[in-house]
Design a protein around this ligand. Structure first.
Ligand SMILES: [Zn+2]
Length: 61
């Protein structure tokens, strides 16, 4: 069962899982809005872990 990714806390656009480091196979989550273009700036070894962290994000992080 896949967790749902919350929208970007900054602009409300959809967020998606993106590759963080292809060598280590880590992923992160970033905003799909090119003008916003934020990511978590940190890699995770599973989609679920990345989503958990993203969904906890607050605007001031
Ligand atoms: Zn955004």
């Amino acid at each position: 069962m896949k967790k749902k990714i919350k929208p970007c806390p900054f602009c409300g656009s959809n967020a998606e899982i993106i590759c963080f480091n292809s060598e280590y196979g880590t992923v992160t989550i970033g905003c799909t809005n090119e003008k916003c273009d934020i990511t978590m700036g940190k890699g995770f070894f599973s989609d679920e872990e990345a989503i958990t962290h993203w969904n906890r994000r607050k605007r001031n992080m």
